[in-house]
Design a protein around this ligand. Structure first.
Ligand code: ATP
Ligand code: MG
Length: 419
């Protein structure tokens, strides 16, 4: 074998690839029913969009971006996430000048140069939804409910929802200062100490056990929320409860950037080891302004398709891994029959009957083997004598029963039989 997929990437092949398509569709379906419109942005963007829109001090920007100069010397980056591109597109096309909130969803590849392991890849897929231009606890709750409905529509029962509030520009500064004061007293490496100064909330998200152990007594944002943020969060929680969406309060759940405000949430699955987050999101009221736009309070999520697949596997929901079958398989005998069969399968497909045929000039025996392997219910055998009679042999492969039908009627007959 000469080439392999690059490290940290893999191929989706049949029949698993059918399931991943179905997962993407299922995760997006609730948002589509809620009036979110599809948006597709380029796979690469101006590097500065992510530097500003994700934040210089994040792992994504500082370590994980695929950045390259194009032939004209522009610095481009393969998108590591979908929110900054969506906000860029909304601002560029003035969608925020119309009806608010702007509701959009996307589905696509993301690229991060990470330490690859199960559930953590360098190329992965997210389905995302964003609602821009409204500050309303019902909108935060709507998005969370839509995410939860996506997972449960796949039959997943082990997805847990964690929620928290990060406060806003009224209450966050005091919390940030209190947290910094606490963190400065810990035994941390130099990188982490400088993170304490730039982006202290992110330290709470540190996954290393030696850091986590020291965070036990850290001040919690929940104890510092201003009355407005507290009321907002209470309303989100109460709407989730009313919708029957169970959640746990996680006072340590954070997103480390100043333009993330108030609601933050994560969907986790306990069957996935340390890569437990299957999706996450939150409110990002300051992002539009960071990207040069007007104030545009917004909320959104991104759901990880690859980890959702793993979660389904962990719950034993992927048992039916049979290859997608065609309904009808054509077996032409001889060159004239092959030309006619080529047209016949086209006619069947246009009539909505899935059909394949033997290729490569195999004889009757080889072609019938192909018919069996295809999983098709019916074979159409077309020999020279049939062709002269304008007929074809229709064989039910489950009963081995064979009947002769006129070529002109075969599409209609099969349409009736396979529906
Ligand atoms: P983690 O803490 O696991 O690194 P994250 O906070 O970086 O996740 P987000 O940026 O919020 O993740 O992305 C949303 C979702 O996308 C995650 O919950 C996860 O399901 C998925 N995801 C993120 N990074 C990867 C990756 N490298 N490989 C596969 N899926 C990923
Ligand atoms: Mg990450």
């Amino acid at each position: 074998m000469s080439f392999q997929a690059p490290k940290g990437t893999f191929d989706w092949l049949p029949p698993r690839s059918e399931q991943v398509l179905a997962i993407r569709e299922a995760l997006a379906a609730p948002a589509r029913l809620a009036g979110y419109g599809y948006v597709e942005t380029p796979v690469f963007e101006d590097t500065q969009l992510f530097a500003r829109g994700v934040g210089e001090s994040t792992d994504i920007v500082s370590k994980e971006m695929y950045t390259f100069p194009d032939k004209a010397g522009r610095s481009l980056t393969l998108r590591p996430e979908g929110t900054a591109p969506v906000v860029r597109a909304v601002l560029q096309h003035g969608l925020h000048n119309g009806r608010l909130p702007v509701k959009v969803w996307y589905s696509g590849s993301q690229f991060r140069y990470e330490r690859s392991q199960k559930g953590r890849y360098r190329h992965f897929w997210q389905v995302g939804a964003e609602a821009l231009g409204a500050e309303d606890p019902a909108l935060d709750a709507e998005l969370i409910v839509l995410g939860a409905r996506g997972y449960s529509s796949l039959g997943l029962t082990g997805v847990r929802l964690l929620v928290n509030s990060l406060g806003d520009k009224t209450c966050r500064p005091a919390y940030r200062a209190a947290l910094q004061a606490f963190l400065r007293g810990l035994d941390l490496d130099e990188d982490t100490r400088s993170r304490v100064e730039i982006n202290p909330l992110r330290v709470l998200d540190d996954k290393r056990p030696e850091v986590r152990a020291q965070l036990t007594g850290a001040p919690l944002v929940a104890d510092h929320l201003c009355p407005a943020c507290k009321a907002y969060h209470e309303e989100v929680r109460s709407l989730l409860g009313a919708a029957g969406v169970a959640f746990d309060d996680d006072p340590r759940l954070v997103r480390g950037l100043d333009y993330y405000t108030r609601t933050t949430f994560e969907f986790v699955h306990d069957g996935l080891g340390s890569q437990s987050a299957v999706g996450g999101g939150g409110r990002y009221d300051g992002l539009s302004e960071m990207l040069g736009g007007p104030p545009l309070p917004s909320v959104g999520w991104a759901l990880g398709v690859d980890r959702t697949y793993l979660a389904m596997e962990a719950e034993g929901l992927l048992t039916d891994t049979e290859q997608e079958h065609v309904q009808v398989y054509g077996v032409p005998l001889g060159d004239d029959a092959r030309r006619r069969m080529f047209l016949l399968v086209d006619e069947l497909r246009r009539a909505g009957v899935s059909a394949d045929m033997a290729f490569g000039g195999k004889g009757l025996k080889g072609s019938m083997k192909g018919a069996d392997r295809s999983g098709a219910r019916f074979a159409l055998i077309l020999g020279e004598r049939d062709l002269a009679a304008q007929a074809v042999q229709l064989k039910d492969l489950t009963t081995a029963e064979q009947t002769e039908v006129p070529l002109a009627q075969v599409a209609d007959i099969l349409k009736g039989k396979v529906q």
